[in-house]
Design a protein around this ligand. Structure first.
Ligand code: AVI
Length: 320
């Protein structure tokens, strides 16, 4: 039986109105080629990210967890009793439990996440484990302005943004996010988890793990396009490439084309040169001074910071 050639397989219509399709086309038609890392996180990408968090080389998750475990009581004291807690990008609401365990009489907990299904499951788990807690999930994109009811008089609103997710924003996006958060949290504050500038070898290893999970996570962007948009990217024609750029204090992740190749994105033919890259993610690392300056610019007053012994990661209190 002759194998079906590409030409006899009917192409799926290009879903031009889908945001991922629009962003992918824009990514391949600008130079340098780049796309937002938010497209990593379909079900498969989220599963791969969970595996990254368990890798021996990927220190941020476990280091932040240890900081929260060691200092949750002090953090709860800074937050104070009767507060309303808002978590940005809550996901499975895992880490916040360490804070909730110590918080005195929290008024309510508002997990915010773009994935409604994920959020409902996480909220149900929290209601089960914290029977007295008022859990008010909000399915929304927290990089946009959030519509929350005004807190009751005298209730401090406090944000929680762990995982150094702020590092995946450009400096301009980070400033815009923090400005919006300062406004939303006025009179309260923000507990922010941030990965710190450190030995480039350590950073390099964290994004080039030996099992290749980070490579699979990066390549999943193209695999997702094949699944959702009907593209025919040959994953073996791209390499994962992640490096630390010390002047910009950031890890850059790219997908590098191993050869000259043509790909079709709907009606658009795209030519990719050998060695050309698609920039898929930046992961900014901060110094305490740099973070403090950014927070001040955004309208926060930096307070206590909790670090691990190696000073790899920091959970910073920012008063709003
Ligand atoms: C989600 N974010 C903080 C991770 C990071 O480290 O920038 C995403 C990631 N990319 C590669 N490994 C992990």
């Amino acid at each position: 039986r002759p194998a079906a050639s590409f030409d006899t397989v009917a192409a799926r219509p290009w879903p031009a109105d889908e945001p991922f399709a629009r962003d992918l086309l824009a990514a391949f038609t600008r130079r340098p080629r780049s796309i937002s890392p938010k497209w990593f996180y379909d079900a498969e990408g989220s599963r791969l990210f969970d595996r990254i968090c368990e890798l021996p080389e990927y220190y941020p998750t476990r280091t932040e967890r240890a900081i929260l475990q060691a200092h949750a009581r002090e953090m709860a004291d800074v937050i104070g009793p009767g507060a309303e807690l808002v978590e940005f990008g809550a996901g499975s609401c895992d880490k916040v439990r360490l804070i909730l365990d110590e918080l005195r009489e929290p008024r309510c907990f508002r997990p915010v996440d773009i994935s409604a299904a994920h959020l409902q499951a996480a909220a149900a788990g929290l209601r089960r484990d914290y029977p007295g807690l008022d859990v008010q999930p909000l399915a929304a994109d927290y990089t946009q302005r959030l519509l929350l009811p005004a807190p009751e008089p005298g209730v401090r609103r406090v944000g929680f943004f762990p995982g150094s997710t702020i590092g995946n924003f450009t400096p301009e996006e980070a400033l815009a996010f923090l400005r919006g958060a300062a406004e939303l949290l006025r009179g309260g504050g923000l507990l922010l988890g941030v990965d710190l500038v450190k030995d480039p070898q350590r950073l390099h290893a964290a994004y080039n793990d030996r099992q290749g999970v980070t490579a699979a996570f990066n390549l999943n962007l193209l695999a997702r396009a094949n699944r959702e948009l009907g593209t025919r990217f040959d994953l073996s024609a791209f390499d994962h490439y992640a490096f630390y750029e010390p002047r910009l204090q950031r890890i850059e992740m790219h997908l590098v084309s191993r050869c000259r190749q043509d790909v079709r994105l709907g009606g658009t033919a795209v030519e990719i040169e050998e060695g050309e890259t698609l920039h898929t993610e930046s992961s900014h690392k901060y110094t305490l001074d740099g973070l403090g300056a950014l927070a001040l610019q955004a309208g926060f007053r930096p307070g206590p910071a909790w670090l691990d012994e190696e000073r790899w990661f920091c959970v910073q209190w920012l008063a709003a």
